[in-house]
Design a protein around this ligand. Structure first.
Ligand code: AHR
Length: 513
């Protein structure tokens, strides 16, 4: 624990002398030129998978669970607090088997369908296009549609765009018949999902051509302007990015990337709740590797697009563990602990440093699936530790990044990974400086000296997320184990230095005015 890990936002390197363990230094490097942390980095993802939509977001108007036009009130109210900028739907793998026309018109006439990707569950299509766009309006977020390329036709996707965005014509008339007079605004359109796998098992060369064809017919109606996103690589598949940029780069606005914090794609993924210290550090190390992976994809994109016109959209990320015992196989329901909160904070800190190329990220998923914000059971809801990180980080949305230099000890993890004891991010908006600090150490507190570099700290308020155990979680009947608490005593300012004592395994956000 006496090695020094030095990380830097925006290319500035420095060598720092060795320092005692459990002390770290964060130097703020404010700059007029630094970019804004685009709020879309805080995007969410809702798939027809398990109880994400049905039961999680949507219960239908006739449900005894309190709802507004079919949307759960408790979940809606909780999600509004997160200021969600963008919501991706209807998949994931589901998107490439979804036929949107089955989800419009009178609900009683809609055909049922088998969700082949996710447990073979039969659904009634009662949540469709109108319900999704209404939800986005209620949450005040941009919709991000994932179009069916794998099993759908060019015509089907073209007509979906027309149905949603045209003022006049046959599709607009159909929409009007179904109760929506005005077109909706649609910016983000995904042309397929995981086209190398569940979205069609294409080669990159073949998909690049298919992408070019599909996107041609997705038109801009009546002043609506589509931001077209091609299906991108998973993890370390740099060749996919290379071929897509080479063969289709000029026809896209964004290219996606999926990166999960997962043990592997076959066999056990480990328990979300029962894990040891080594597993904890391995998980954090694997999560942090997203920084290297994004960097390499960005380097390839830079080669073909040096002006950074095409955004890299990390439209699926988060932890993926074994499903909770006793839950429906294929529904990807997992619990969420303080370890997941750490993954959320470390990932967001990392994404902040790539905001010149990474234009959106979407954690998987918003409710009841993988690293969820909320978990529901009948009429009960709990907010997860991950939810609280997203809540705590709201001030970073659309704030100006403050580049920083972090000098911290590191903790070794399995498979030659290392985890910095301290991870940090900082930003500024409306004369408020927000600094988020993470102490990953399971047992020791860490004293962090923040060099303020002239930034005002006349008044400071803070919040902390921590718990007594690394696998503490919120559950039905005991929902308040891991929640945000005021952080009032752990800091002091002397001149241009702010000293913060971070308790073991904690995430702290300070607001400086
Ligand atoms: O988020 C769950 C699944 O993970 C998505 O449907 C798919 O795109 C990815 O493999």
């Amino acid at each position: 624990m006496n090695k020094i890990f030095s990380t830097m936002a925006l290319a500035l390197a420095s060598a720092l002398p060795t320092m005692a363990a459990r002390e770290a230094t964060v130097t703020l490097l404010p700059s007029e030129e630094s970019p804004v942390i685009v709020k879309e980095i805080y995007g969410q993802f809702a798939e027809h998978l398990g109880t994400c939509i049905y039961g999680g977001l949507w219960v239908g108007e006739d449900s005894p669970i309190p709802n507004t036009n079919g949307y759960r009130n408790d979940v809606l109210n909780a999600l509004k607090e997160l200021h969600i900028p963008v919501l991706r739907w209807p998949g994931g793998c589901f998107a490439d088997e979804y036929h949107w026309m089955d989800g419009i018109g009178p609900k009683e006439n809609r055909p049922r369908m088998v969700n082949n990707n996710w447990g073979g569950t039969v659904e009634d299509n009662s949540f469709g296009t109108h319900d999704f766009f209404n939800l986005c309006e209620m949450l005040g977020c941009e919709p991000y549609l994932s179009g069916n390329v794998g099993s759908g036709t060019v015509e089907e996707l073209a007509k979906w765009v027309e149905y949603i965005t045209a003022e006049d014509g046959p599709m607009a008339n159909l929409r009007k018949q179904n109760g929506r007079e005005k077109p909706w605004h649609l910016k983000y359109l995904g042309v397929g999902n995981e086209s190398w796998g569940c979205g069609g098992t294409f080669t990159p060369e073949y998909y690049a051509n298919v992408y070019r064809r599909y996107q041609t017919y997705c038109r801009n109606f009546n002043g609506n302007h589509l931001y077209k996103i091609a299906s991108g690589a998973s993890d370390y598949d740099y060749n996919w990015t290379e071929v897509m940029m080479r063969d289709a780069g000029h026809h896209m606005n964004g290219l996606s990337l999926h990166y999960y914090t997962v043990l592997g794609w076959s066999g056990s993924k480990g328990s979300a709740l029962n894990f040891n210290d080594e597993d904890y550090y391995w998980t954090l190390g694997k999560c942090l590797e997203v920084g290297d992976v994004v960097k390499r994809h960005c380097e390839i994109m830079d080669k073909y697009d040096p002006k950074k016109r095409v955004g890299l959209m990390v439209d699926e990320w988060g932890t993926w563990f074994d499903e909770e015992p006793g839950t429906v196989p294929g529904h990807l329901y997992q619990q969420n602990t303080l370890r997941d909160a750490m993954v959320a904070a470390l990932s967001l800190n990392t994404f902040h440093t790539f905001t010149d190329r990474v234009k959106m990220t979407n954690i998987a998923q918003i409710a009841n699936v993988l690293q969820a914000m909320v978990l529901t059971k009948d009429d009960q809801m709990v907010l997860t530790p991950t939810y609280y990180v997203f809540k705590m980080y709201v001030p970073h949305q659309d704030a100006k990044l403050i580049p920083l230099n972090v000098a911290t000890p590191v903790i070794p993890a399995r498979q030659n990974r290392t985890v910095p004891v301290v991870s940090a991010t900082a930003s500024q908006k409306d004369n408020v400086t927000t600094i988020s600090l993470v102490n990953t150490d399971l047992n020791e507190q860490t004293t962090v000296t923040v060099n303020l570099s002239g930034i005002k700290a006349g008044k400071i308020t803070g919040e902390i997320l921590t718990a007594d155990k690394m696998n503490a979680y919120n559950d039905f009947g005991q929902p308040e184990n891991v929640t945000l608490k005021p952080f009032t005593k752990g800091w002091q300012v002397k001149g241009d230095k702010l000293t913060v004592t971070l308790p073991a395994k904690s995430i702290v956000t300070l607001s400086l005015r």
